[in-house]
Write a protein that binds this ligand. Structure first.
Ligand SMILES: *[C@@H]1O[C@H](CO)[C@@H](O)[C@H](O)[C@H]1NC(C)=O
Ligand SMILES: *[C@@H]1O[C@H](CO)[C@@H](O)[C@H](O)[C@H]1NC(C)=O
Length: 473
């Protein structure tokens, strides 16, 4: 490389030095082997069970993605996709469950609209205040998800839809209509007062969209393309409308980041080794292995759903009591707690110990978390991740738990429980969704099957969002 003058040379050396420094600090955090991307290879340490880890990492829950139902929706009308139309969905915010669903929904609308798509991005939570989710700190898809898997899955299942890294890569983007700002559209804009079960006529979305585009005084042409930005709306898309199999497969186009899958595999191995649970990593769920409890009592949750406003499960005592009741009945002695705040887990352990003593029971319950199961470099890697990235590890472990429990006001437990429900023997008996809104129901009026429970009854909450209708598991 030829440098034009000394100043540039100095800058170049400065940059190189900075890169080396960054690399060294990353090395310290991550240890040998550095990154797992893009095709994650696990660096094995002595005595580690590589077969277990590979299986645990590669099992897609509860089964590998089947493109067929997505493909059939995408190719239903042969001329659905057209040039000159670009959708994007940036600034999606919330916890992992919410961001994931918003991105899926945006893609679903882009399929309806028949446009191309900018690979979605999202707003990163304020690391100094986890309650602050609507930030202007935009990060790309790989912040939480596996970018190359996303491209592979979406291209294979939806061959007509073109993907772009940036809007500016779109053909003739510089000649687009409304140069100063993309058109803004919220998914529920054409039916703002839809029922709890979501948009009543999703099939008419395309027509409403065409009318709306005309009202904006623009025309979709390859020469002067139109860029439509899909804003955030809440659980308005009736996810079962395409087909039950579409609903089961669609969410799998978003796999979690490879490094979090590798960490989750290690957590599972540690669980298996420490407690001799006999976990078969190739099975989606190992019955009677460990109890997965999602404690949603972190600062952001208690502020958003405060006990003073009637969210009684945001009261620590109430949530602990409910979860403990279920653990006791399950017969499992190892409890994996998914929680972003270790001090809450410590309180839960004490609560269990005290309660067992008071009840005079002979029980030997072990409470563990990702922080207590991982050690060395893996723990350092975990700690180097953000709050939401760490939650991905919990997500993956919760899928595989012998039994799972969580609250009804968070999208995380609903996503886990609905995904697991696909394996439930009760699902086959339900057939199509029921009129009364009970989608997965065995006694409680929220969700209960032999694999999972969403705690409490409807009356235990000021309101329950329609996750069972609006969330692709
Ligand atoms: C999907 O919605 C359309 C109305 O837009 C309706 O006619 C159709 O029956 C729905 N399909 C299912 C499976 O609910
Ligand atoms: C309780 O369980 C742990 C982990 O399985 C085991 O190491 C310990 O020996 C058990 N204690 C008793 C008293 O059974």
């Amino acid at each position: 490389m030829i440098f034009q003058d000394r100043r540039e040379t100095t800058v170049a050396f400065g940059c190189a030095a900075a890169l080396i420094l960054i690399w060294i600090s990353l090395y310290n955090i991550r240890g040998p082997g550095l990154f797992y991307e893009p095709q994650p290879s696990l660096e094995l340490e002595e005595g580690e069970d590589s077969v277990f880890l590979r299986h645990a990492m590669n099992v897609e829950f509860p089964a590998p993605i089947d493109y067929t139902p997505i493909h059939s929706v995408c190719t239903q009308s042969p001329n659905n996709f057209r040039p000159g139309l670009l959708f994007s969905c940036e600034e999606q915010h919330g916890g992992v469950g919410m961001v994931r669903n918003q991105i899926l929904k945006c893609i679903r609308y882009a399929i309806h609209g028949g446009g191309s798509l900018v690979i979605p991005s999202m707003a990163k939570r304020n690391p100094k205040d986890i309650s602050d989710i609507e930030t202007s700190n935009e990060v790309s898809l790989e912040y939480l998800f596996d970018r190359s898997a996303f491209i592979e899955h979406l291209t294979a299942s939806c061959p007509g839809m073109r993907l772009y890294n940036h809007a500016s890569d779109f053909p003739a983007y510089e000649n687009r209509a409304r140069k100063n700002r993309p058109l803004q559209l919220a998914g529920d804009q054409f039916e703002p007062n839809h029922p709890r079960t979501g948009l009543s006529d999703p099939w008419s979305w395309r027509e409403s969209f065409e009318n709306w585009v005309r009202e904006q005084d623009v025309e979709i042409t390859p020469e002067e393309p139109v860029h439509v930005r899909i804003g955030q709306a809440y659980l308005e898309y009736p996810v079962h409308n395409d087909s039950l199999s579409f609903a089961s497969e669609f969410g799998k186009i978003l796999s979690f980041r490879a490094d979090t899958r590798a960490l989750a595999a290690r957590v599972l191995l540690a669980l298996d080794q420490r407690f001799e649970l006999g976990i078969d990593p190739e099975r989606p769920i190992n019955e009677k292995s460990f109890f997965g409890a999602h404690l949603r009592l972190e600062k952001d949750a208690v502020e958003a759903w405060s006990p003073e406003e009637g969210w009684r499960f945001s009261r620590m005592e109430d949530q602990f009591k409910e979860v403990w009741g279920e653990i006791r009945g399950s017969g499992m002695e190892v409890v994996y707690v998914a929680c972003g705040d270790q001090s809450i887990v410590d309180k839960f352990s004490k609560y269990i110990a005290t309660t067992i003593k008071e009840e005079g029971k002979e029980m030997n319950i072990s409470v563990v978390t990702k922080y207590t199961l991982l050690g060395g470099h893996d723990l350092a890697r975990l700690n180097a991740l953000t709050f939401d990235q760490q939650a991905l590890v919990d997500f993956l472990i919760m899928f595989k738990a012998g039994f799972f429990m969580g609250v009804a006001h968070s999208s995380f437990p609903w996503t886990v429980a609905l995904r697991r429900h696909e394996l439930s023997v009760f699902r086959a008996m339900e057939g199509e969704e029921k009129e009364d809104g009970g989608f997965a129901n065995l006694g409680s009026d929220l969700l209960r099957d032999e694999l999972s429970v969403i705690m409490g009854m409807r009356r235990d909450y000021p309101y329950v969002d329609p996750f069972e209708w609006g969330l692709w598991p």
